[in-house]
Design a protein around this ligand. Structure first.
Ligand SMILES: [Zn+2]
Length: 147
């Protein structure tokens, strides 16, 4: 995955300033919890997929006492303003992706790992005719794998 381009702040090495600038650009108030979660989400570009539970654990280890409910609400809010993309791998497991570009995923059912697929699978796919009075919002493809 290519690193995200961000012109949100003048100094990309200042994590807090960067997080505040990202939130303000998205039209969100930079509360303490949002700044911490933004920093944890977007600082490690090698790790673009997370769940609420994983992010909650990272925040706890970083010394933050943000509740799991706040983490859930923040992830949903960030998704609604386009900072994150939500990927439902099954009826109970939801991932959040900091890479909001069009791409598909492998999901390893053994490890629970979500992996970006490098190839553009959608270029090969013929989409069906859409139901009446609907518009295409996107195509999510999950390739299930197992060890
Ligand atoms: Zn992804």
């Amino acid at each position: 995955m290519a690193p995200k381009e961000c012109n949100a702040c003048s100094d990309p090495t200042n994590n807090t300033e960067h997080a505040i600038a990202m939130l303000e650009l998205a039209g969100l108030r930079a509360t303490g919890a949002r700044v911490i979660l933004t920093t944890l989400l977007f600082d490690d570009i090698s790790d673009c997929h997370t769940t609420a539970e994983i992010l909650y654990e990272k925040a706890f280890k970083a010394g933050s006492r943000v509740s799991l409910a706040t983490v859930y609400n923040t992830l949903r809010l960030f998704t609604s303003v386009g900072l994150l993309r939500q990927i439902s791998v099954n009826s109970t497991q939801v991932y959040f992706d900091t890479d909001t570009s069009e791409h598909q995923h492998f999901y390893n059912e053994n490890t629970g790992e979500l992996i970006n697929i490098k190839e553009n699978l959608l270029a090969e796919i013929i989409l069906p005719e859409l139901p009446e009075c609907t518009r295409l919002m996107g195509v999510d493809m999950l390739v299930l794998v197992s060890n």
